[in-house]
Design a protein around this ligand. Structure first.
Ligand code: RTP
Ligand code: MG
Length: 140
């Protein structure tokens, strides 16, 4: 399987509860490398642009409010099949449906405050990485 990169976001519910290190350990224990990482607070404009694909969904406004409610940690994860691998480590969107041992099963508060974001395809990963990072900020 090819080495890929994916964009991960540790969401405000998780940074608020001081879970950044515990979540990063899940990625590293699964063989993914954190090759770029920064902590920032999204502006409303950035959140709306990042989640533009969901603009027509009923939860869009609440999602943007939540994602701007505190610091996030944006990061690039690298490894074999990183996009799918990260989705497995994260678990299902709704923690009630997430497999035992996944980040969302163990840490998420609700379907919205679900602790992590991960790109859902290699194409989206490339766009999402470019949204936050320049090439010189990513070090394999
Ligand atoms: P993500 O994009 O954050 O990695 O999560 P995902 O692919 O598993 O879920 P997606 O369908 O892309 O939804 C994006 C985020 O919107 C929030 N959400 N709220 N209230 C709701 O019913 C609802 N549904 C989704 C979650 O924060 C979800 O991760
Ligand atoms: Mg998604």
């Amino acid at each position: 399987m090819a080495v890929e990169r994916t964009l991960s976001i540790i969401k405000p519910d998780a940074t608020r509860r001081n879970l950044t290190g515990k979540i990063n350990a899940r990625f590293e224990d699964a063989g993914l490398r954190i090759v770029a990482q920064k902590r920032l607070q999204l502006t409303r404009e950035q959140a709306e642009k990042f989640y533009a694909v969901h603009a027509e969904r009923s939860f869009f406004n609440d999602l943007c409010t939540f994602m701007t409610s505190g610091p996030v940690v944006v990061q690039v994860l690298e490894g074999e099949g990183a996009v799918l691998r990260n989705r497995e480590i994260m678990g299902a969107t709704n923690p009630a449906n997430a497999a035992p041992g996944t980040i969302r099963a163990d840490f998420a508060e609700s379907v919205e405050a679900n602790s992590v974001h991960g790109s859902d395809s290699p194409e989206n990963a490339a766009n999402e990485i470019a949204f936050f990072f320049s090439q010189i900020e990513i070090l394999s």
